[in-house]
Design a binder for this molecule. Structure first.
Ligand SMILES: NC(=O)c1ccc[n+]([C@@H]2O[C@H](COP(=O)([O-])OP(=O)(O)OC[C@H]3O[C@@H](n4cnc5c(N)ncnc54)[C@H](O)[C@@H]3O)[C@@H](O)[C@H]2O)c1
Length: 433
């Protein structure tokens, strides 16, 4: 039976959820507190890039998708809360004001017959301690679920249907209502026994991902000290070995992986976790390490003189695959200031990122070929365009003396045959240092 659903927060999560619900035949009121976001959506123009999203909004706005500044006063079967839950830049403490405001708005506009679903990522216990009291004060009773968003950007519309939807309920009626709603969206629904379990599932997923990536990075940093190729180690380690695989080294970016470990830390006030914080620290160190390596390579290329040099950076978004324009948690955020502080000019290219955004992060946006006019080139993300790069004409037409290929997307032998120094994460260039 088609539902009428409100979605609070029209960011990455709310927009894709709105589109997926509409595609499944439901009517959706998409609410955002920023008028410019609502205005753009009313014109069928989502302000973020996600494959398939614009097409759904263009065809369904005004029919089954209604972008609004406030929830309608009646008639909603469910409200999904997908507002941002950032952490403070300095203290890393979760900031839950948006969630509090969303709960108050729902309490004002809806009633106890409307199922409230917390979709945002929150510290364990937040749905019960922060959202529930606001609803109970207004209504006396409430149907409340926590169903975390677990999609990856770039594949969200597919994953919203294909990924199991984990749902925890305040009580049996809440859980039943939550399962019934998500069964109308996704192929698999996984009921869990409490709101807190569902909250912790999300945090565990992301902290685990941060941790396994950090281990690949740890291996890379150790291999580098011995002149060992970490990819050779990792390949041989994993090949036909029936126990857990190592992940390749790489930058760990994106809005969630860079903040959710801090939300997990805030969820463990009585005993500091051993691994979560250290894994994050290591992954945040990686761009700093790469910047130092790149500065050393510029020094070699310029006879010891770093200041006044140029570095070309390919890939500014937080990841290259699936392609995204998302800059949250991007490695360039900490890398570029270090390059600039060393006196380097940074040229930049990313097929997904506008030159204005590159400028905001301290670079000068240029066409791809011009990046090779720098003293050296750093490949920061693995966008498919970089994997498919025909490097020979770029090198011949440019003046770069090295490539730091963080994702090892280029053919090393070609780069070296063309006379350039080649390096990657944890991979020391074979040219004498
Ligand atoms: N980005 C992801 O891929 C992803 C994946 C899984 C989970 N999450 C989690 O989902 C939540 C939302 O993430 P996002 O990436 O969509 O955030 P976002 O910053 O892209 O969007 C959040 C939106 O909420 C709006 N908003 C804030 N307070 C509001 C309020 N009181 N009422 C109405 N609108 C309000 C903001 O204006 C903004 O447009 C976060 O908790 C995040 O951790 C994100």
């Amino acid at each position: 039976m088609p539902l009428t659903v409100g979605v609070l927060g029209m960011g990455y999560v709310g927009l894709t959820l709105t589109a997926a619900l509409a595609q499944a035949g439901h009517t959706v009121y998409g609410v955002d507190s920023q008028p410019r976001v609502v205005e753009a959506l009313r014109r069928g123009r989502p302000h973020i890039y996600e494959p398939g999203l614009t097409e759904v909004f263009e065809s369904m706005v005004g029919r089954t998708i209604f972008p609004v500044g406030e929830l309608p006063e009646a008639g909603l079967d469910a409200v999904m809360v997908s507002v941002s839950t950032p952490v403070d830049d300095r203290t890393h403490q979760p900031m839950l004001e948006n969630l509090r405001a969303a709960a108050a708005h729902i309490a004002q506009r809806c009633g106890p017959e409307t199922l409230v679903v917390v979709r945002s990522t929150v510290p364990i216990g937040t749905s019960r301690r922060l959202v529930l009291p606001v609803l109970l004060e207004a209504w006396g009773t409430a149907l409340l679920c926590m169903a975390p968003e677990r999609t990856i950007q770039g594949q969200a519309l597919r994953e919203l249907v294909d990924l199991p939807q984990v749902v925890g309920g305040l009580d049996e009626p809440s859980l039943e209502a939550g399962v019934a709603v998500f069964e109308q969206l996704a192929k698999h629904v996984v009921p869990v026994s409490s709101l807190e379990t569902a909250e912790m599932v999300k945090l565990s997923n992301n902290c685990h991902t941060d941790l396994i990536y950090s281990f690949g990075n740890e291996i890379a940093l150790i291999a580098e000290q011995h002149g060992i190729d970490p990819l050779e180690v990792i390949r041989a380690t994993n090949l036909d070995y029936p126990r857990p695989d190592l992940s390749k080294p790489g930058f760990v970016g994106g809005a969630c992986l860079t903040k959710d470990p801090y939300i997990m830390l805030a969820s463990s006030p009585d005993a500091e976790p051993f691994l979560v914080g250290r894994a994050r620290e290591l992954n945040e160190h990686l761009p700093v390490h790469v910047a130092e390596r790149v500065i050393a390579m510029v020094a070699r290329a310029r006879g010891g003189e770093v200041a006044g040099g140029t570095v070309g950076v390919l890939g500014w978004a937080c990841k290259g695959w699936p392609p995204t324009d998302d800059m949250r948690g991007t490695a360039v955020e900490s890398m570029v200031p270090l390059l600039r502080a060393a006196g380097l000019t940074v040229l930049g290219h990313d097929p997904m990122v506008h030159p204005d955004v590159i400028a905001q992060y301290g670079g000068t946006g240029v066409p791809l070929a011009d990046v090779f006019q720098a003293d050296g080139v750093v490949i920061v993300n693995d966008h498919p365009e970089y994997r498919a790069l025909d490097v020979e004409p770029l090198v011949r037409g440019g003046r770069a003396a090295f490539v730091y290929d963080a994702w090892r997307v280029l053919d090393e032998s070609t780069v070296r045959r063309l006379g350039l120094e080649y390096a990657g994460l944890g991979y020391r260039s074979r040219v004498a240092s």
